[in-house]
Design a protein around this ligand. Structure first.
Ligand code: ADP
Ligand code: MG
Length: 244
């Protein structure tokens, strides 16, 4: 599994700068979280990694492959990056069964029919939903739908998993279960994961390392223990729940 290297990443929307030169290396196999309040630039950062947004300046590489570099005008489109994504805006197709939802990214990649069936079975197995392949999304609970979305992100064996607030639509109890389950899955697969949340408890519970963001800047990068016990600024301390 490769590192993800983000260098001097800046993003403007019209006259507004929302990312101010982010430098960050996410290490091979780690569960890395971008944490910060709503509007601080987490989703924009992840979208630049995914290729759904283009940086104004800067570069992003996955392993030794440059995905985007404004200096050399390199841009690999999302489908060429082999990254698994679970974004809130990428819900399951309601008129398709679970298996059909999972087949879609495989059809785009021109995987043959027999291999599709095998890969769909394996991906559903990973998320514990092997017996749900012929259900429609509305026949599943919210938690199960999120696991299907995760299976769909895993079905083509991505090198990196990008998760943007994947648990935010679940109620508190389901979220708790989903957290434990997500962490276990990531450990089993050993896949490099970039996770976005505004929920500090979720970040502290799940992450190997956390980057705390504020207004388009990285304020602190460290382990959950470092962030919690040695917050770099009063803002970080307040955000992670320590008020001294
Ligand atoms: P977060 O995910 O941390 O809540 P975002 O990355 O979604 O934050 O947004 C960062 C800032 O960029 C916000 O002020 C948001 O309003 C702005 N923004 C995000 N996407 C767009 C867009 N497509 N056009 C204009 N402004 C945007
Ligand atoms: Mg967001």
């Amino acid at each position: 599994m490769p590192d993800v290297t983000i260098s001097h990443l800046s993003k403007k929307f019209a006259a507004t700068t929302v990312l101010h030169g982010i430098d960050l290396t996410i290490r091979d196999g780690e569960f890395f979280t971008l944490l910060g309040p709503s509007g601080c630039g987490k989703s924009t950062t992840l979208s630049c990694v995914a290729g759904l947004e283009r940086p104004t300046t800067g570069s992003i590489a996955v392993g030794d492959r440059t995905m985007v570099d404004t200096a050399s005008r390199t841009f690999v489109p999302p489908e060429g990056r082999n990254l698994g994504m679970v974004f809130q805006s990428y819900a399951l197709w309601p008129h398709m069964t679970v298996a059909q939802n999972l087949a879609l990214p495989l059809r785009i990649r021109k995987v043959d029919r027999r291999r599709q069936t095998a890969l769909i079975g394996e991906a559903l197995e990973k998320v514990g939903l092997a017996d749900m392949r012929d259900r429609y999304p509305h026949q599943l609970s919210g938690g199960q739908q999120q696991r299907v979305a995760l299976a769909r992100a895993l079905v083509y064996s991505p090198t990196v998993l990008l998760l943007d607030e994947p648990l935010s639509n679940l109620d508190a109890q389901l979220r708790e279960q989903a957290r434990a389950w997500l962490k276990r899955l990531q450990e089993d697969l050993g896949i490099t994961t970039v996770y976005v949340t505004h929920d500090q408890e979720e970040a502290l519970a799940l992450s190997d390392r956390i980057a705390v963001m504020s207004e388009g800047h990285l304020v602190q990068v460290g382990s959950p223990t470092e962030i919690y016990q040695e917050p770099a600024t009063a803002g970080v301390a307040a955000f992670v729940g320590r008020c001294n």
